[in-house]
Design a protein around this ligand. Structure first.
Ligand code: NAD
Length: 291
């Protein structure tokens, strides 16, 4: 079994980005600038945004955190987004999800300038991605592709089963794995909460990408020997032995499934760090476009 080490791979990617930033500085160019909009003070969102800002510092990007209160109206948030769209100093920005219930998430994502949409959530980027045109690929799927590619996991002609059809992970992943090119050319089955006999499907999979948010959902009895496992799930599970009072669990029962796997991502230290690295990569691309 080979561990798909997202922490190490993400550090490699960050080092590559740092080299590009240093080259930009040497040429007297402006360094990339990422902004993040955070509405409210949800604990997990604060942690994610904090990691993104620290990652910017690590590679030499400028970063701006726009913190808005939980009570922000949809209109005010849209105004903030228009401001970021117009601000030439900002190359790319993200709106941290989830948003408070009184705000229409899709309306907000639609308001982001597609050229600054480094999360790749705007319909224009999603459509371009599906058509294999140049676009911003959502950071988590992009990170998974990079992990598979850098570990030379064969995907061509393999049967990939994706569990979960969210717009940010499962659905784009199902499209990308079937595309032509590296980490693609796979035969894909997209499964979700209405899928019947899921185990029968997962047992036929060469590669399983799990993104549903149920801790340790995928068990050894659901997979065949030699399977490649990508575990996207991040759940906080109460654990009094931990100083924070909770442990982070993935969607895969790692101890049992890893014994049958040829490659597997750990949680934490797998897909999570890759997501942040690819957000930086998208911001670098946005900077190059914004010249
Ligand atoms: P989501 O919560 O929006 O949707 C869950 C999906 O799982 C749905 O499509 C649903 O149909 C499917 N599902 C639910 N129960 C199922 C079942 N019994 N069988 C088959 N499918 C089922 O999904 P999301 O936003 O993609 O998040 C999934 C998990 O990934 C969460 O734990 C989230 O925290 C994590 N996540 C991690 C990263 C990262 O960077 N590592 C990024 C995004 C999400």
């Amino acid at each position: 079994m080979v561990l798909l080490d997202g922490k190490k791979t993400a550090n490699d990617i960050k080092d590559e980005i740092t080299v590009s930033v240093n080259e930009m500085i040497a040429r007297g160019e402006k360094v990339p600038h990422l902004a993040a909009v955070l509405v409210g003070s949800d604990g997990a969102s604060l942690t994610y945004v904090g990691s993104k800002v620290r990652a910017c510092e690590r590679v030499g990007f400028n970063s701006t955190l726009v913190e808005l209160p939980e009570t922000t109206t949809e209109e005010d948030l849209l105004k903030t987004i228009q401001g970021l769209n117009k601000n030439n100093d900002i190359d790319g920005f993200i709106v941290q999800l989830p948003l408070p219930k009184h705000i229409d998430e899709q309306k907000v994502l639609n308001a982001v300038n597609p050229n600054k949409d480094v999360d790749g959530f705007h319909p224009e980027n999603f459509g371009r991605m599906a058509l294999e045109m140049e676009s911003f690929i959502p950071a988590t799927p992009y990170g998974i592709l990079q992990l598979l590619e850098r570990y030379q996991v064969e995907t061509k002609g393999k049967h990939t089963v994706v569990i979960g059809r969210s717009h940010i992970v499962g659905r784009p992943m199902s499209i990308l794995m079937s595309q032509k090119g590296p980490a693609g050319n796979s035969t894909v089955t997209l499964t979700h909460s209405y899928t019947k006999n899921l185990s029968e499907i997962t047992k036929q999979a060469d590669i399983i990408i799990v993104a549903l948010g149920i801790p340790e959902f995928l068990k050894a009895g659901m997979v065949k020997d030699g399977v490649v496992i990508v575990d996207v799930g991040i759940s906080r599970v109460p654990d009094n032995t931990k100083p924070r009072g909770y442990a982070i669990k993935g969607d895969v029962a790692f101890d049992e499934v890893s014994k049958k796997s040829s490659f597997i991502t750990p949680v934490p230290g797998g897909v999570g760090p890759m997501t942040i690295a690819m957000l930086l990569k998208n911001t670098l691309i946005a900077r190059k476009r914004n010249t």
